[in-house]
Design a protein around this ligand. Structure first.
Ligand SMILES: Cc1cc2nc3c(=O)[nH]c(=O)nc-3n(C[C@H](O)[C@H](O)[C@H](O)COP(=O)(O)OP(=O)(O)OC[C@H]3O[C@@H](n4cnc5c(N)ncnc54)[C@H](O)[C@@H]3O)c2cc1C
Length: 217
């Protein structure tokens, strides 16, 4: 549902703070590639629902996966989805409460999702999701069994209808408030990585692999 000139469709056009909108594919891809969690919304016969899920981008496609019993995936044949990915970069602390904000990068993708039926493509899509979450993990694990691939549903959705919205920088206060004796600024926040906890059932004293020790976002 893009405009004839390839621009943003009406429903994906950012109206509030449009100066924070970005529609170019590189900006959108960068956010999608950094995010881990998507909020996936759809309208069901029981009403609207938004479910947190993993996802991954593969070129022009987004993949979602899950159990065949999952409602989003079960109803996924030609279903209209709205997928939102948000990265929180900082708390914006202003001189007045009204101007407190967040620094963030987020993407909204709308469109129709369809199941991936071909087993080879499905297996590859599952690898793409794994690599998105933990780069290097696919090479370090055994290949999927046919039973695992058959027992998992995968949906593919085009990223052609998408918008990004980004806020960065210091607070924007009322001009007269800059004279106030109130601290203001940005508290950067992000994903903190802890120390890996080996599974107590490891087959032997296996060293933690680099793709785990060096995992960063
Ligand atoms: C970080 C994260 C990543 C996830 N990744 C995936 C994924 O990649 N694939 C996948 O299939 N599932 C994933 N899940 C689980 C997913 O959120 C759903 O629970 C699952 O897909 C089943 O959805 P459903 O609508 O079929 O559930 P149902 O059991 O049919 O939902 C019934 C009701 O249960 C409640 N419910 C369902 N899920 C949740 C939830 N997560 N939190 C709170 N209440 C809930 C809601 O009220 C919902 O209306 C993830 C969850 C989290 C938190």
């Amino acid at each position: 549902m893009q405009d004839d000139d390839g621009g943003a469709s009406d429903r994906i056009t950012v109206r509030r703070m449009p100066e924070r909108a970005q529609y170019d594919r590189d900006a959108i891809n960068e956010i999608l590639d950094e995010g881990l969690l998507a909020h996936v919304g759809m309208v069901t016969p029981e009403g609207p629902i938004v479910i947190p899920m993993l996802y991954a981008r593969d070129g022009e496609l987004l993949y979602l996966h899950g159990s065949p019993a999952s409602r989003l995936l079960r109803e996924g044949r030609g279903v209209q989805l709205c997928v939102t990915v948000s990265l929180v970069d900082g708390l914006v602390v202003a001189r007045s409460l009204a101007h407190h904000s967040m620094n963030y990068r987020s993407v909204v993708v709308m469109g129709e999702a369809s199941p991936v039926e071909d087993l080879t493509e499905k297996s590859r899509a599952l690898d793409v999701i794994s690599e998105h979450v933990i780069p290097g993990r696919v090479a370090a694990t055994r290949p999927h069994s046919e039973k695992e691939v058959k027992g998992t549903l995968v949906l593919a959705m085009s990223i052609s209808e998408a918008s990004a919205k980004v806020r960065s920088g210091p607070p924007i206060d009322e001009e007269e408030d800059y004279l106030l004796d109130t601290w203001a600024g940005v508290l950067p926040i992000g994903i903190e990585v802890g120390t890996p906890l080996p599974d107590p059932r490891l087959a032997s004293d296996i060293a933690v692999p680099e793709h785990i020790t060096k995992w960063r976002r």
